[in-house]
Design a protein around this ligand. Structure first.
Ligand code: UDP
Length: 325
């Protein structure tokens, strides 16, 4: 029996595939390569190129391969783009998940772990954020992820498909081997953009808003290493295999860093001065997002290994200096 990883050529998906293979799982990767990279797919994984909105394609793969559980990363995930092109997000994220669930039910697959996000909370009612806190997304991306979570809940009740929803905070860093890492085109995430300055790919980093109610006026985020996220997916698959009920977990380090602190860390790691410019706030950005991950620690036994921002930025820097794709 194999684990199907949808979006396994993408950033978090490819890192999860590496960890699964390291631990002896058979892995089937499905990816439409719209934002993923063929080179990021582990050589020991079986690869199918196709779109999750294509029901016939999914049915064929699920019929041919013996799939025990699905890990679902195949979605669009850019806050800014989701505000200018919301229907793209409803189509790929919500409609894509509907097609996927239909195919899972049809093919008797009843376990799924999927990528949710801190963006489901919107402007948080308190810091750190608990899973039971209010969910009022401030952007379309978060809204579509919340719609996906709700779809899973009703499909579990009707068809017994058990799910674990993992609400990631800010995924970052790269595999310690340097073989895979973060590569978005266009890049919109803070750490890769900051590192483009010492790589001479951009002149300066723009800071989106310096007038937030935070310690230095810039947004606070909880940066969590991609390999720690990958570990949590494997623990969640095991949790479902052990027959546990559907559940929702936050995944973060529980410590917030401002945009300026991230820039300072990148200066320390690279040994270069990084010039920054103040820009306007980005639509849909809450001032602070910091997780309480106590539930994932106590229920799943999750222990993030990268708890130091400089170490996380160092893995990202090692990747970006010699990126293969
Ligand atoms: N950010 C920024 N300049 C950039 C990109 C991002 O100031 O060029 C800020 C952004 O407003 C947010 C934080 O950095 O407060 C992290 O943004 P990112 O897009 O990496 O992740 P998100 O929080 O949107 O998931």
């Amino acid at each position: 029996m194999a684990i199907a990883v949808l979006g396994g050529a993408g950033y978090i998906g490819s890192h999860t595939v590496y960890e699964l293979i390291d631990r002896g799982f058979d892995v089937v990767v499905i990816d439409n390569l719209q934002t993923g990279h063929r080179e990021a797919v582990h050589e020991k994984a079986i690869f199918y190129e196709g779109d999750i909105r294509d029901a016939k394609f999914l049915d064929e793969v699920f019929h041919k391969e013996k799939i025990e559980a699905v890990i679902h990363f195949a979605a669009n995930s850019l806050v800014g783009e989701s505000m200018t092109n919301p229907l793209k997000y409803y189509d790929n994220n919500v409609y894509g998940t509907k097609v996927l669930l239909e195919s899972m039910v049809k093919n008797g697959i009843n376990k799924i772990v999927f990528s949710s996000t801190a963006a489901v909370y919107g402007e948080p009612e308190r810091i750190p954020i608990l899973e039971t806190d209010r969910t009022v997304p401030t952007n379309t991306y978060g809204e579509t992820k919340l719609a996906m979570e709700k779809m899973f809940r009703w499909v579990d009740l009707a068809h017994g498909v058990k799910y674990v929803s993992l609400r990631y905070f800010n995924a970052c860093g790269a595999h310690i081997s340097g073989k895979i890492g973060e590569a978005h085109n266009p890049e919109t995430h803070l750490i890769p953009l900051v590192l483009q300055v010492p790589l001479h790919k951009r002149e300066c980093i723009k800071i989106f808003g310096e007038d937030y109610d935070t310690k230095d006026g810039t947004c606070v985020r909880d940066y969590i290493h991609v390999t720690d996220l990958a570990d949590a997916h494997i623990l969640a698959v095991k949790y479902l295999m052990d027959g546990n009920e559907s559940n929702v977990f936050n995944l973060g380090n529980g410590v917030g860093f401002t945009v300026k602190e991230v820039i300072a860390s990148a200066e320390k790691v690279t040994g270069e001065e990084i010039s920054a410019q103040t820009d306007v706030r980005r639509a849909g950005d809450p001032a602070q997002l910091v997780a309480s991950s106590e539930k994932a620690k106590s229920v799943l036994g999750w222990k993030p290994k990268f708890d130091d921002l400089d170490k996380i930025v160092e893995t990202a820097w090692n990747w970006h200096k010699n990126a293969r794709y």
